[in-house]
Design a protein around this ligand. Structure first.
Ligand SMILES: Nc1ncnc2c1ncn2[C@@H]1O[C@H](COP(=O)(O)OP(=O)(O)OP(=O)(O)O)[C@@H](O)[C@H]1O
Ligand SMILES: Nc1nc2c(c(=O)[nH]1)N=C(CO)CN2
Length: 183
């Protein structure tokens, strides 16, 4: 799949972030700044920070969740590996599945790429059922994205129903520190 991309072609991708240990908002913003500092990734838009009840394993602290839109010349697996490296650098220790974590970075969408490998499945297989993904994603997804309407409808429904207790915790004014590619 990734081979379909010409070298240096820019793709638009969406990443979900979550934290429920330590200084949660600082960890999220650190992760975003580190991603933006990568020479082949530019953070275009940043969602609000939302507080959410834990989903899955519920006996753990509440999460702060966000989403970002990025432009990148990395291929999908390289982008995922960069995210995993940033998780590692920010001190993520893996315990149980769906358990507490300092930082979690999930790749939601990469252009219109569909792939189904153990290391990377796109679109993210659980994204449409999670308010903690859909509501922040709606803040940053492009109006012209094929999933925009579906994400919008599911996000509004989640907010109406108070799904996962989601509430806006803080808004962010984002300005990328990196130059657009090719400038
Ligand atoms: N779209 C994707 N985004 C992130 N990781 C993915 C994706 N598809 C597959 N993976 C693989 O899943 C592995 C485990 O990811 P992780 O520990 O973040 O899961 P989780 O956050 O506990 O659960 P969930 O996947 O339900 O969010 C990663 O090492 C990665 O290789
Ligand atoms: N509210 C919330 N719950 C979760 C989250 C998360 O980011 N937010 N991440 C999980 C593992 O991906 C499991 N449960």
């Amino acid at each position: 799949m990734a081979e379909l991309y010409e070298r240096n072609a820019e793709a638009e991708a969406y990443i979900a972030l979550g934290s429920n240990m330590g200084e949660r908002d600082k960890l999220l913003m650190d992760a975003i700044e580190r991603i933006d500092a990568h020479p082949e990734i530019r953070v275009l838009r940043v969602s609000g920070i939302y507080e959410t009840e834990p989903v899955g394993y519920t006996d753990q602290p509440s999460f702060l969740n966000m989403a970002i839109a990025v432009s990148t010349t990395l291929e999908p697996l390289a982008l995922l590996r960069e995210q995993l490296e940033q998780e590692r650098l920010l001190g993520r220790i893996r315990h149980e599945r769906w358990g507490p974590r300092t930082i979690d970075l999930d790749l939601l969408l990469y252009d219109n790429v569909r792939m189904d490998q153990e290391e990377l499945t796109l679109p993210h297989p659980r994204m449409m059922e999670r308010a903690f993904v859909l509501v922040p994603l709606h803040d940053v997804i492009s109006d012209s994205h094929p999933l925009h309407e579906g994400v919008q409808a599911a996000s509004y429904a989640a907010l109406r129903e108070g799904k996962e207790g989601i509430t806006l915790w803080k808004t962010i004014n984002w300005r990328s520190a990196s130059e657009p590619f090719g400038s």
